[in-house]
Design a protein around this ligand. Structure first.
Ligand SMILES: [Zn+2]
Length: 297
């Protein structure tokens, strides 16, 4: 596979970039092949070499393990989705974006609708909906495989967990921008390079999975990228996948588990457990994901 070495920050173009560490992977083909890099100027993180977007699209189309950063849970969800069909997808009226969506009805466009919960929610609210999903398992009305098939004048665009997967997020945002109405809102999520998990775990952070994830965004790199693509940032907030209730339950169990480890002389387990708890606790303070709202200017 042809890879391009990245010599400048892909977002702010600064050449003040520095290597953080070599990325290990269970796939031999990409083990130790990439470095995690950091831009000293905008704090963006990225992997040291990128394939072209055409190569990436092909890897996704063929469900290649090289772009499969997904967990077993995701595989199960996908199987369920295929078996149960679209009519059994639950709607998500409490999705965070409805706190910000400023019109009642219009055109909605989602890139990478995945299991289609949000997509179905907009459909059920009577919006005219379009989706872009190059993977073949989604066959639903309005969902297209290529960008050219998407109609213009969208009011709301959502791209959740998309931009970390692409070669050039600014180019993608520019393309999206052209498909939007003026003052239309765009909603994004992606991994947060300035989170505690990213800073403490560095290249061992679970978000660092080449070639699935190429980019890890800071507040600053997000803002620069949006400006370059013709948007004004309205909200940038970190959030965490860690559930408070679950973490609390783990805290209650922790002393018992540690006692068990002591009896079994598994002392390494104890440090691992305490470290994991500490990381998850920190993630609630500065989460390893960002949610973003911006407006087309
Ligand atoms: Zn930069």
């Amino acid at each position: 596979m042809k890879l391009r070495k990245i010599n400048k920050c892909p977002i702010c173009r600064s050449d003040k970039i520095r290597k953080i560490g070599k990325i290990k992977n269970h796939l031999k083909e990409i083990d130790n092949k990439f470095d995690l890099m950091k831009c000293e100027s905008c704090l963006h993180r990225f992997i040291s070499k990128f394939p072209s977007q055409a190569v990436l699209i092909n890897l996704y189309k063929t469900d290649s393990p090289l772009v499969f950063g997904g967990t077993n849970h995701e595989v199960d969800q996908k199987k369920k989705f295929i078996n149960n069909g679209f009519k059994n997808v639950p709607v998500q009226n409490d999705h965070w974006i409805f706190k910000y969506v400023n019109i009642n009805n219009g055109r909605f466009f989602e890139i990478g609708p995945g299991l289609c919960r949000l997509y179905k929610t907009f459909l059920s609210k009577g919006w005219s909906c379009q989706g872009l999903e190059p993977r073949s398992f989604v066959k639903i009305k309005g969902i297209k495989k290529t960008f050219n098939e998407i109609k213009n004048d969208n009011d709301i665009v959502a791209a959740f967990d998309v931009l970390e997967h692409v070669e050039n997020p600014i180019e993608i945002l520019k393309k999206i921008n052209k498909k939007m109405k003026k003052n239309g809102q765009i909603f994004l999520t992606f991994p947060h390079s300035e989170s505690f998990k990213s800073k403490i775990l560095k290249e061992r952070w679970q978000m660092v999975v080449p070639l699935a994830h190429l980019h890890f965004f800071s507040g600053k790199s997000t803002d620069i990228m949006l400006k370059k693509a013709g948007f004004r940032t309205v909200v940038i907030k970190d959030f965490s996948f860690v559930e408070v209730r679950r973490l609390f339950r783990n805290l209650i169990k922790l002393p018992f588990l540690i006692l068990k480890d002591i009896f079994k002389f598994k002392f390494k387990n104890i440090t691992n457990r305490l470290f994991e708890f500490y990381l998850n606790f920190l993630d609630l303070i500065k989460g390893d994901q960002l949610k973003v709202v911006a407006i087309k200017i």
